[in-house]
Design a binder for this molecule. Sequence first.
Ligand SMILES: C[S@@+](CC[C@H](N)C(=O)[O-])C[C@H]1O[C@@H](n2cnc3c(N)ncnc32)[C@H](O)[C@@H]1O
Length: 258
Amino acid sequence: MKKFHKRLLILFEIIANIHILLSWLLFRVKYLSKQNNTSVNVSSPKTTDDLSEKKENLIQSVLSDSGNKSFLEIGIGMNPNIERVQLLLKNHIRYTACDFEFVCKNHSSVIRNHFPEENLTQIRFLGNKAGNYNWTLFELLKNKESFDLIYLDGSHTFYTDLPAFMLAHLLLKPCGILMIDDLEWTLNILKRNMAKSFFEYKFYRKMYNFAEYDEEQQATPHIKLIVDELFLKHLCYSPLEKYKHRSIDWVALKKSEL
Ligand SMILES: C[S@@+](CC[C@H](N)C(=O)[O-])C[C@H]1O[C@@H](n2cnc3c(N)ncnc32)[C@H](O)[C@@H]1O
């Protein structure tokens, strides 16, 4: 009976994947036909790996300089970066991660399998079953928590991340560091990546509703808008030159003392 159930589950999974594959092909066809006669390039820049390595180096250099600090990451990605986790453990950094519950579960089990000997009490995952991480961030604020470092790298869209940015501002200690990724990211870039890669499509397809934004807004980098208009102009954060790289759209901002 158990074997029968297992086989049935595998069959359902295969059918679900075929369904996602077909909807991806349709998404791709729609995306390509919208490009009209303009030369269509569904590939990312050749240097993507190189850029993400440089970005990772910037994150890790902030973490290397931050022993015994508390670190909140909002949006943690499909899989954990083991080297980064090693650094967190080595530097006794208290780590809180926010993302969808299923993403948090995956990170937690990969990390537990990778570090079976470690006492992982300094690492905590706070997953949202529905909606987005703003509810979780609000709960942290209600519980009077605060952090030395915050990395905001989630949805990158205005309606989700404007509240997330404001909550991050309130959760960050004076003189704390706010790291922000993908300043130049747009919904158009996401569409291109989803058309190019089945795995990107499978992961992101339910997270984004392109219809919430008009064409101009889909071509506008929402994160850059929020950072320039609110954090630099109004909230007086200052970019940390030490953690800058001219070809990387990533920034570390220092909160003022007040
Ligand atoms: C670019 S990835 C984060 C990468 C990660 N910070 C890193 O350095 O590898 C963006 C993350 O935001 C999460 N995200 C997007 N929308 C979300 C939502 N509504 N609720 C929770 N998490 C969300 C995605 O699940 C994804 O893991």
